[in-house]
Design a binder for this molecule. Structure first.
Ligand SMILES: Nc1ncnc2c1ncn2[C@@H]1O[C@H](COP(=O)(O)OP(=O)(O)OP(=O)(O)O)[C@@H](O)[C@H]1O
Length: 251
């Protein structure tokens, strides 16, 4: 299968500490890839390098074969690589549906102004975005709260909403930063279902996650980091039984 994302020899240091050390792997254009590793392994740094939030000291990031190593996050998003953050950043005063529509407008129709104030020229696009928003809310299981203000949604639903909004940007690869953090068991289940559906719909998903059960349930491929280096890459079963991985987690 062709790769949507190729990380080649990515390296990032902070002072004398090499947080990400010569890491290479490919993300297939379909399915769910997870990056795991003990605390301080370099997961967040690697994610930030991929998303463009911080620059790499070395290595190359290819998106659909194109070198995007030095692209800013917005430029990467325009090329189809979209991320969510560990902390939810929703428009609290807007409804769930409106939040998703903002994501849609940011990508396509006149930006935030059109999304919020809807001048006449934006109304045709509006009808499309209405349908898209409804579809995306359905995908993450939030149809029932479409007209509810984001600020009063439970935390778990806010996180799902953030994913729906990211999908409104029509990514070819979606980066999720610890999507299960702070979720209860039922919300995690719902999240797992949503991620599987997103992947089944043809969007590649790359996530970092501490919740091992979630990773083992939903990932097709797992990349394991330890002290900045990649120590394993394979199916959940292969990684689970890998001596180097067991040693890293026990040590
Ligand atoms: N801005 C920074 N300045 C200095 N050191 C940093 C910075 N960001 C990360 N580090 C260090 O780089 C290493 C990797 O950190 P990183 O946050 O990427 O790991 P992580 O695997 O995401 O950890 P966790 O699971 O605890 O979130 C750690 O030793 C961390 O202290």
């Amino acid at each position: 299968m062709s790769a949507i994302l190729e990380v080649k020899n990515a390296t990032r240091s902070f002072g004398g500490l090499v947080a990400v050390n010569d890491v290479s792997f490919s993300v297939p254009s379909r399915g769910v890839t997870a990056v795991i590793g003990p605390n301080g392994a370099g997961k967040t740094t690697l994610f930030n390098v991929i998303a463009g939030t911080i620059s790499a000291n070395g290595g190359t990031i290819l998106l659909n074969g194109e070198d995007v190593t030095d692209f800013k996050p917005e430029a990467k998003a325009a090329k189809g690589l979209v991320r969510t953050f560990q902390l939810v950043k929703l428009f609290q005063d807007l409804t769930a549906a409106e939040n998703v529509k903002v994501g849609f407008h940011l990508k396509t129709h006149g930006g935030l102004f059109a999304a919020l104030f809807q001048p006449a020229w934006a109304r045709a696009a509006e009808r499309n975005s209405e349908k898209t928003a409804a579809d995306l809310l359905d995908l993450v299981g939030l149809s029932k709260v479409a007209q509810t203000s984001a600020s009063i949604l439970p935390y778990g639903q806010q996180r799902l909403l953030e994913i729906a909004r990211a999908l409104a940007c029509q990514p070819s690869i979606l980066l999720l930063d610890e999507p299960a953090a702070g979720l209860n068991a039922e919300e995690s289940e719902r999240l797992a279902r949503a991620i599987r559906r997103i992947a089944a719909d043809g969007t590649a998903v790359l996530l970092i996650e501490h919740d091992m059960k979630l990773v083992m349930d939903i990932a097709d491929d797992v990349v394991v980091l330890d002290y900045g280096r990649k120590i394993a890459h394979g199916t959940p079963d292969a990684v689970r039984n890998d001596p180097a991985v067991l040693a890293a987690y026990l040590g």
